[in-house]
Design a protein around this ligand. Structure first.
Ligand SMILES: Cc1cc2nc3c(=O)[nH]c(=O)nc-3n(C[C@H](O)[C@H](O)[C@H](O)COP(=O)(O)O)c2cc1C
Ligand code: SF4
Ligand code: SF4
Length: 251
């Protein structure tokens, strides 16, 4: 079974493609995480967990979801982490997580997809994004072959800098940068409520027809990138940048 979490669709796209090629079931963890509930799942095929990379690790909310859920049947677990450039040394912590929940770690595969972090970085224009997705599809095909043969994903060389990024830098980054206080809605807001519905953290409420942000943000970028009128900005960082939302996978 393919189990995924996504903010702006990259990981959903990869999960959909994996489910298609492996002819396997697909499960979106969104409602489980949004409603704070654990999942009790069973699969006769290997588990494939697909998620974005947040600060060179699995997103904390996806890691917590895996930790509190039960995975019966097959015990093998593959991880696919979509990223803008690299996942650092995410594999070590994932291996420990697998041991904790009784799964056998079969490796983690970084898949470079378009950068979505518009609150921090530049994001690619749509033509470049399409090219990045084409390259990503080739790595996913290789991943499918490995999973079908029951082989591990290739071992990755980990350098000191990777250990630093996934180690001390990860909690530092969350503490210092992952905050909702710079979000605001402009006059383009039509009060549709989509941002509140798509917030996995329930961190947005609509008051007097406009969104207000609380303190529980995980910087998934779903609200700012999914707004139909592009009414959401993040301080000055997002001004003039294209909003990024990955298209649905087509067979
Ligand atoms: C909060 C946050 C942190 C991120 N950290 C990293 C990172 O450490 N390394 C990286 O290569 N990309 C990083 N990215 C980029 C995303 O991992 C990448 O664009 C991913 O494919 C987005 O997936 P999604 O569309 O499924 O949400 C980060 C993005 C966000 C929003
Ligand atoms: S999604 Fe955009 S238009 Fe809709 S309520 Fe939120 S900010 Fe306003
Ligand atoms: S407030 Fe926006 S960026 Fe933060 S978790 Fe919710 S949808 Fe994601």
């Amino acid at each position: 079974m393919i189990v995924y979490y996504t903010g702006t669709g990259n990981s959903r796209y990869c999960a959909q493609m994996l489910a298609d090629k492996l002819e396997d079931e697909l499960l979106d963890s969104f409602q489980f995480i949004k409603n704070g509930i654990s999942a009790e799942l069973s699969s006769s095929t290997p588990w494939v967990f697909v998620s974005p990379t947040y600060c060179w690790q699995l997103p904390h909310i996806f890691e917590d979801f895996i930790r509190r859920s039960r995975f019966e049947g097959c015990k093998e677990a593959y991880f696919v982490m979509t990223c803008g450039s690299d996942i650092g040394n995410a594999g070590d912590k994932i291996q420990n997580l697998c041991e904790e929940v009784g799964l056998t770690f079969k490796g983690v595969l970084p898949v470079v997809m378009p950068e979505n972090y518009i609150a921090m970085f530049e994001v690619p224009q749509s033509e470049i994004a399409k090219r990045i997705v084409l390259v990503a599809k080739r790595s996913l095909i290789r991943a499918v072959k490995l999973i079908q043969k029951g082989e591990r994903f290739p071992e990755r060389k980990v350098h000191l800098l990777d250990k630093f990024k996934s180690g001390p830098l990860n909690p530092f980054f969350y503490k210092v940068f992952v905050k909702a206080n710079a979000f605001y809605a402009t006059d383009a807001c039509i009060g549709c409520g989509k941002c509140a519905n798509t917030c996995v953290m329930n961190n947005i409420s609509i008051k007097d027809g406009k969104p207000e942000w609380g303190d529980a943000c995980t910087h998934c970028m779903a609200c700012i990138c999914g707004c139909p009128t592009e009414a959401i900005e993040y301080g000055k960082k997002s001004l003039g940048k294209p909003r990024y939302m990955c298209e649905e996978y087509q067979k």
